[in-house]
Design a protein around this ligand. Structure first.
Ligand SMILES: O=P(O)(O)OC[C@H]1O[C@H](O)[C@H](O)[C@@H](O)[C@@H]1O
Length: 309
């Protein structure tokens, strides 16, 4: 039975179950996976959206009159111990592979926050949109990051999507974090996408290990995996779908541009055939260690807006 969590003049929020094969916003899945995650479906006059409590992960955001802004794999796994492929995974408390990773201590790529169940703390809705607060708290979660911590994610779904992540170090010891709001943007084809604001920006190419300056307009066609050192707003223009997605971040020093390309995607069980032709990841990130002193809170955020060309 569908549980309605909020129902007022402006919005309805319902609890849903997510499992494999379910990629349509707001629908109850008919899949037959052995495991599944709890999710929320949001319907507001300005948008439809969906998220997973596992990972505290936004999966879909569809402002009225537009296609979904986010891409979600049809073969995403909804099993514990794996991350959900698509939407906006939260990479925390480290981005990518932990640099102290060794054979003794295994460390998941992109940290543990995207593979833990978050708690829903609050829901509100008014004429401008729906606000949700999700929380993840823990201590001794991982040998490489034992500090007591609290993450508070505030999501506003309206004409735009506003995402704020407050990271608190609750322990008496200083810590460091790196992070990314790892957005998978749904596009007609990576080849049809331009991101002019990356031109002229210094970047580190994870595939070659070299740093360079982006001389011409960047191609979003994979395989590409780069950290651009810029905190400027980005606009991803899709010439075929005649729309642009603008992302404004705060307190993030990099943008990560990633698409696996066909050969790597074919080795990834959770990307459906040709799925890599349907998205570009542009991630608001702090890819290098940042201070998170004992007893402090650091906040990062992004706002995502889609408009017709
Ligand atoms: O497969 P995942 O662990 O979700 O990582 C997917 C990708 O995320 C980021 O964009 C990184 O820059 C890539 O190096 C990585 O391959």
């Amino acid at each position: 039975m569908t549980q309605i969590l909020l129902d007022n003049d402006f919005a309805q929020v319902t609890a849903i179950t997510l499992n494999q094969g379910d990629s349509s916003p707001g629908n109850l899945p008919a899949g037959n996976a052995t495991e599944c995650h709890e999710g929320l479906s949001i319907s507001h006059v300005h948008c439809q959206a969906r998220l997973s409590l596992y990972g505290g992960q936004v999966l879909s955001f569809t402002p009225r009159g537009h296609k979904d802004v986010l891409w979600l794999s049809e073969q995403a796994s909804y099993q514990r111990g794996t991350a959900i492929r698509g939407g906006i995974p939260l990479c925390w408390p480290w981005f990518g592979a932990h640099d102290k990773q060794d054979k003794q201590i295994k460390s998941a790529n992109h940290g543990f926050a995207r593979q833990l169940p978050w708690q829903l703390e609050a829901i509100e809705a008014d004429e401008s949109g729906v606000t949700l607060v999700l929380v993840l708290e823990g201590e001794q979660q991982h040998p490489l990051w034992p500090n007591a911590y609290k993450l508070k994610q505030t999501l506003f779904f309206g004409k735009s999507l506003k995402q704020t992540l407050a990271m608190s170090n609750l322990s008496p010891d200083d810590a460091q974090y790196s992070t990314a709001l790892h957005s998978y943007f749904s596009v007609s084809k990576p080849n049809n996408v331009t991101i002019d604001a990356l031109t002229g920006v210094n970047y580190y190419d994870k595939l070659t290990g070299n740093s360079s300056i982006q001389q011409q307009s960047v191609s979003c066609v994979g395989e590409i995996d780069r950290e651009y050192h810029s905190s400027e707003p980005m606009t991803l223009v899709d010439s075929q779908w005649q729309r642009k997605i603008t992302i404004v971040s705060s307190n993030c020093q990099q943008w990560v541009l990633w698409n696996p390309g066909v050969d790597l995607a074919n080795t990834m069980a959770d990307i459906h055939p040709n799925g890599e032709q349907e998205y570009v990841c542009l991630e608001a990130a702090n890819t290098r260690w940042q201070a998170l002193p004992a007893g402090t809170t650091v906040i990062i955020s992004q706002e995502i807006t889609v408009t017709k060309l």
